[in-house]
Design a protein around this ligand. Structure first.
Ligand SMILES: NC(=O)c1ccc[n+]([C@@H]2O[C@H](COP(=O)([O-])OP(=O)(O)OC[C@H]3O[C@@H](n4cnc5c(N)ncnc54)[C@H](OP(=O)(O)O)[C@@H]3O)[C@@H](O)[C@H]2O)c1
Length: 363
């Protein structure tokens, strides 16, 4: 083995107490990344590197997970993705796992390189998986070629087992004909909270403050988040669709969409408060609720706002709840329904950790 900082006179540095320790390299120390760091178990997970868009910290001797976010800010060096990725690739640990807790295109476009370097990858970042279909296929090919795992359960339903359920059905030879879903926790929250008394702009601010929205709430409101989730589900069920096949309806004005920054955008939403208040009042009087529904089927992806009556299973959602109804040969009459909270940094971090643990169990 060539001499580098991971070796001492040719002796490999063995992290933790045993060969079974997972060596973690985290990219993204925002809401989800910070919650994830707190959940790591120092007995089983050895944190070797952490970076955000500004700083990075690499310590071959390990970084204390509880203090990592603060240490990164106080002692980190300027971020250099190239250096971070090459140090990770050089890490001689048997089981090294990169965790992407960013919403960055730059990082998503390095997923193939990370997998090709023999590093397992857990991502909450959906941009790569919902990018060009050829890129999606190349990610899968890199996994097969390098015998590494790529886990991304949280890209669809936060901590809900959606991707794993799809995989289980398909691996047993079942055929999925359709998935109907309310896949956006933010939009679920919006239409559960919205009323004359609780105007549109205020609900979005509170969703943002509670950490339910994407870093830029426009991603949710423009339907990009729901479209990406629908596209990932479609691809997982074997449909080679592209982003232009998942066209979401526009629920915010063009002016708000084009706002220069998030604060201006939130301010511009106030213009639509009365319009939404009136619509919600009419729906309330008609005994209906509004739901932002994505349908994935052989014919493609449909995304739209639907008025649901109490007989519809999606009517009864509350808070940030997501719901996924999977129809297949085995679940033809009664669909397989997965329902639960679909947003929140802690919740998402627990899903990221579950993906990491799954890799630990099977490698
Ligand atoms: N929050 C939720 O409820 C939820 C639910 C499901 C999935 N997710 C997904 O989880 C991911 C993270 O969400 P979040 O709420 O934690 O976002 P966030 O608070 O904005 O954190 C994003 C982190 O990524 C870092 N980052 C951005 N660009 C980077 C780059 N080029 N290189 C390195 N680091 C970079 C940021 O660095 P700085 O600190 O320097 O800005 C920040 O630390 C997103 O993909 C989101 O879709 C979130």
């Amino acid at each position: 083995m060539p001499e580098n900082e991971f070796t001492h006179q040719g002796t490999p540095f063995l992290p933790g107490k045993s060969q079974d320790t997972a060596v973690v390299w985290l990219i993204g120390s925002g809401k989800v990344g910070k919650a994830f760091l707190k959940m790591l178990d120092p007995g089983r997970h050895f944190l070797r590197g952490v970076m955000n868009s500004r700083k990075m910290l690499i310590n071959t001797g390990g970084i204390q997970n509880e203090k990592a976010a603060a240490l990164l800010e106080s002692t980190g060096s300027p971020s250099d993705l190239r250096v971070f990725l090459s140090k990770m690739a050089e890490d001689p640990a048997r089981r090294k796992i990169c965790v992407d807790c960013t919403a960055s295109t730059e990082i998503a476009m390095r997923h193939r390189e990370i997998l090709s370097a023999g590093v397992h990858l857990v991502t909450a970042n959906k941009i790569g998986l919902a990018g060009d279909y050829n890129y999606y296929r190349s990610l899968k090919a890199a996994c097969r070629e390098m015998h590494v795992r790529y886990r991304y359960e949280t890209t669809v339903g936060a901590a809900l087992p959606v991707i794993s359920s799809i995989r289980r059905l398909l691996s047993a030879g079942d055929r999925i004909s359709r998935i109907e879903a309310v896949p956006s926790g933010t939009l679920s929250y919006l239409f559960n909270q919205l009323s004359v008394e609780n105007p549109f702009s205020r609900v979005i601010r509170s969703a943002r403050d509670k950490g339910y929205t994407e870093p830029d709430p426009r991603q949710d409101l423009q339907g990009m988040d729901a479209a990406r989730k629908a596209l990932i589900m479609a691809r997982e069920t074997g449909h080679g669709l592209e982003m232009q096949d998942a066209v979401p309806p526009q629920i915010i004005s063009e002016g708000a969409r084009r706002a220069a920054d998030t604060e201006t955008f939130l301010h511009m939403l106030e213009k639509d408060d009365d319009k939404w208040g009136k619509r919600m009042q009419e729906l309330k009087e008609a005994g209906k609720r509004l739901r932002y529904i994505a349908t994935v089927a052989k014919g493609g992806i449909r995304i739209g706002l639907r008025e649901c009556t109490p007989e519809h299973p999606f009517y009864h959602l509350s808070g940030t709840e997501n719901i996924f109804a999977i129809y297949s040969e085995q679940f033809a009459e009664a669909s397989l329904v997965i329902r639960g909270a679909g947003a929140g940094a802690e919740l998402t971090a627990s899903g990221v950790l579950a993906d990491l643990m799954e890799i630990c169990e099977c490698t």
